[in-house]
Design a protein around this ligand. Structure first.
Ligand SMILES: [Fe+2]
Length: 206
């Protein structure tokens, strides 16, 4: 029997409802009151200071909800149920017309986003395969080409409800395109395992 094998795929977890309605409402109120720093590129995107979630009761509560998901997702990434720590958490407020440039998260292994408001379809997070490099590239695209996991070079989040969370490897490029809808508020975070060990060659992170 013929079989197409998806070699070396990228894991991506969507949790449809991590936060209940009450926690979404309280986090949203808190997010909009948090001291905000304008993004370096655009005044239509602002972030709160990244903080250790243990310094803030609401964040600590969210970190407890995230914890078992990190263990399971980490086991997919590294093949073992490791101890994980959310080391920083922050709020992003994207106004109408704002965008977040393509980026990755350094010094982190699993990153995540929790959606506190609906996202207009224009502003749903877009994830990319690696771009650039120093080789010439051929591609096949157009109206007759059906895109799928083997030829697509980017993927946009489906619609999710407030309270949903996604987890992804921190190396994965992502962006928020120009927001043609209303204010969009998210909580983002980075997580690390306590250590990684390759046949006794151990690196401790926590
Ligand atoms: Fe990000």
């Amino acid at each position: 029997m013929d079989e197409v094998v998806g070699l070396f795929p990228t894991p991506f977890l969507i949790v449809g409802k991590l936060l209940d309605g009450g926690l979404v409402a309280s986090c949203l109120e808190d997010a909009l009151q948090s001291r905000k720093a304008a993004n370096a590129q655009t005044g239509l995107l602002s972030h709160s200071e990244p903080v250790n979630p243990q310094t803030k009761p609401a964040y600590a509560q969210i970190a407890r909800l995230i914890a078992p998901k990190l263990v399971e997702f980490g086991a997919v990434l590294f093949g073992e149920r490791l101890a994980w720590t959310v080391k920083e958490m922050w709020v992003n407020v994207l106004e109408t017309g704002g965008h977040q440039l393509i980026h990755t998260h350094a010094n982190s292994f699993i990153s995540g986003v929790i959606y506190l408001t609906p996202s207009h379809p224009s502003a749903r997070t877009v994830f990319h395969k690696n771009i650039g490099g120093t080789n010439f590239i051929f591609r096949h695209a157009g109206p007759n080409v059906q895109m799928g996991p083997f030829n697509a070079d980017k993927w946009q989040m489906p619609e999710v409800e407030p309270g949903a969370m996604v987890l992804f490897p921190s190396y994965l490029l992502h962006e928020a395109p120009v927001n043609k809808g209303g204010q969009r508020v998210t909580i983002a975070f980075n997580a690390i395992p306590n250590s990684l060990d390759s046949w006794g060659y151990r690196v401790n992170f926590a």
